[in-house]
Design a protein around this ligand. Sequence first.
Ligand SMILES: [Fe+2]
Length: 364
Amino acid sequence: MADVQPPQLSDNAVYLSRSERAKAGKRPSRSSALGVVAESRFPGAKSRSEMVQGILAQDRDLVAGNFGTVYYKPVTVCGVDLKLEPLQPSIGTVVHGIDLATDLNDPEMVTFLRELWLERRVIMFRNQAHVSREQMVEFAQHFGEVGSRYGEREHVPNSPHDLSHQIDVPGIPDMLVLTSDEAVPAAASNWHSDASWQMRPPMASVLMCREAPPVGGDTCFCDCYSMWEGLSLETKERVEHLSAVHMGAVIHQMDGKTPVATHPVARTHPETGRTALYVQQGFVRSFAQTHNIPKDEEKTLLLEMKLQEGRPEYTCRFRWEEGSVALWDNRAVLHSASGDFWPHRRIMERLTILDHDVSRRTPF
Ligand SMILES: [Fe+2]
């Protein structure tokens, strides 16, 4: 594989302060799914270390292998034989047989992948561990302009409370490293579209897995076109011209300021022309105040929208391996990590991609 070292955490102040909980023998907090699933997997543990050992023992004998039949569509693009494996009928395709380091030099391949990506909302790749971080940047550049860690450069979070902000990738300041281990567990296990609290959120995100748990830590993707279609006609009519307020968390603060943006509830995809529901439990708290919607009605409408999130028929699930890559369209899908893999390690690297066409960056 490429020379990619895990981030050095031993002298990282945020990491050290977060790991105090582990040193004190406290179990992962049940306010996070990681803690809940750990308790569920090994109930009644007398200590944190007993819980860790108990869970690791359950996973100890796993081996990598394949069985069963996979359905895929064979296609040849630019002389490369690809196998397109649909993860769900409407969303998600794994593209097998491609080398992201070398096979995108032909513009025809890029066009093919972009069309597939627009149609399937998220496309994935396996066996790309040899692709260096620099080559990941080159891959992303085929689809748009590489953004800052959270998209636009006007708001680059620098909260001292977030571990990822403290991890620098030499030469690639735009790369966000997401880590989780026994001492400091973390997973973005809520439905969201990346950085929707930006005025111009990133068009796409690309995630590379550098270290995967033997089981768990999948990322799920939910189709926002289906979420819109799934609303009642009455609700669609009521909300189609409304805007919603997207608010970042403390970790998204820049110089102490929490980012907030207002975006349309019914978002028109600038490339497909389709309507997507752009409301998510991760960041949306309310409709724009100017609409003067009564609180009771607002609560009911937001609840109906949130009930669309993660419906199995709209959702695909991607299991990570070292060298797996996913490229998703933040304008057409929500995503959520599955916070079920503690105490295993999980190390991911993310880039955001902005639309080349600046006029399409602001949701409409
Ligand atoms: Fe995310």
